[in-house]
Structures are given as structure tokens and as C-alpha cells.
Design a protein around this ligand. Structure first.
Ligand SMILES: Cc1cc2nc3c(=O)[nH]c(=O)nc-3n(C[C@H](O)[C@H](O)[C@H](O)COP(=O)(O)O)c2cc1C
Length: 171
């Protein structure tokens, strides 16, 4: 009975300076409320890295800095995930960026490549600056893909659809 009541834990960990990525994190959080998960949103500096092993699904949100760089405040999280190296952890990464820069949402790409190697990467999402109405649908798609991936991972069934998740599905 107790097991049936256990809701899987999702952590959305993000960083944002001017609010775009925070807005996107809020849309994704609100979408997750329709699913049977216990979802919590954290600013990266408020998330205790010692709790990384406790979450069932981890979703990362980041803007891009410098020339396609991961923001400094995300470095510790990046390295902790590399070290954790937990292939059963379902992950996704989203971010906002500005296509004026040569490496559009480069931080999303950098997280994607690491998460693909060290975790079970479900999906990625890139949004141009401030999320618009059209991005709400993309967030719904992202959440559905994560949910499917989580169910697949839970039932431990390998299917041919697995190949669709190479480097995560772009939402
Ligand atoms: C100095 C600087 C460098 C940036 N470099 C990039 C970049 O390389 N690639 C990119 O896609 N966006 C880049 N951006 C744009 C930001 O990632 C974008 O404005 C983002 O939406 C900010 O997110 P936030 O509102 O959550 O802080 C840069 C912005 C600044 C100010």
C-alpha cells in the first residue's frame, strides 16, 4: 500500500539571470503538475548536491554565457552528475539563448552531451530568449517524452524506439 502511494521525485534545477530560463522552468513545472510525480523546482544554488541520488528524474535548465559556455554556477552540478554516473537516472535539459550568437544555446548542447554519456537522457529543448505561446506546446511535448522515457526505463523494456532517444529527442 505504502509503495502504491510513493510518488516519483522530479527535480527541476535551473539558473537564470534575466528571467527567461526561469519562465521556461515555470511552464515545465506547471505542465508536470498534470502528471503523477512529486515535482520540485530549485534554483541551482538552492539544490543540495548530496540529494542528487534521491531523485528519479532530473531536469536541468540553463541559459548560455560567453561563447556558448555553461554558466559558472552550473559547474558543480555538471561535475556532480559526471561523477554520479547513474545510467538509470532519467534526465532532460532545456535552455534559453539568443541565436545572434554563433553557439545558440551552447550550454544545452554541453549538458546534453554529458547527460547522454552519464545518465538516461530523454530530451532537450531550446527556446529563443523569452518563451512565447508556441513554446507551451513544446514544453508539453518535452514533458510527455520524459514521462514515456521514465515509464520505459521503469519497466526495463528495450524496444526499437530506444534509438529515437540518441542524444535525447529535440522538442
Ligand atoms: C555576455 C552574454 C553572452 C551570451 N552568449 C550566448 C551564447 O553564446 N549563446 C546563446 O545562445 N546565447 C547567449 N547569450 C544570451 C542568453 O543566453 C539569453 O539572453 C538567455 O535567454 C538569458 O537567460 P536568462 O534570462 O534565464 O538569464 C549571451 C548573453 C550575454 C549577455
Amino acid at each position: 500500500m505504502g509503495l502504491m502511494n510513493y510518488k516519483k521525485k522530479i527535480a527541476i534545477i535551473y539558473t537564470s539571470v534575466t528571467g527567461n530560463t526561469e519562465e521556461l522552468a515555470t511552464i515545465i513545472y506547471n505542465t508536470f503538475l498534470k502528471y503523477p510525480f512529486d515535482t520540485v523546482v530549485y534554483q541551482v544554488d538552492r539544490f543540495p548536491l548530496s540529494r542528487l541520488g534521491d531523485v528519479d528524474v532530473l531536469i536541468i535548465g540553463t541559459y548560455t554565457w560567453g561563447n556558448g559556455e555553461i554558466p559558472k554556477e552550473m559547474d558543480k552540478l555538471y561535475r556532480a552528475l559526471e561523477f554520479l554516473n547513474k545510467k538509470s537516472l532519467v534526465t532532460a535539459v532545456f535552455g534559453t539563448g539568443d541565436s545572434f550568437y554563433p553557439s545558440y544555446c551552447g550550454a544545452v548542447d554541453k549538458f546534453r552531451d554529458m547527460l547522454f554519456v552519464h545518465t538516461s537522457l530523454a530530451a532537450t529543448l531550446k527556446v529563443e530568449l523569452t518563451p512565447g505561446q508556441q513554446d507551451v506546446k513544446r514544453c508539453e511535448n518535452l514533458v510527455q517524452v520524459i514521462y514515456n522515457k521514465f515509464n520505459e526505463a521503469s519497466s526495463k523494456t528495450l524496444s526499437s524506439r530506444e534509438t529515437n532517444y540518441k542524444l535525447g529527442k529535440q522538442c
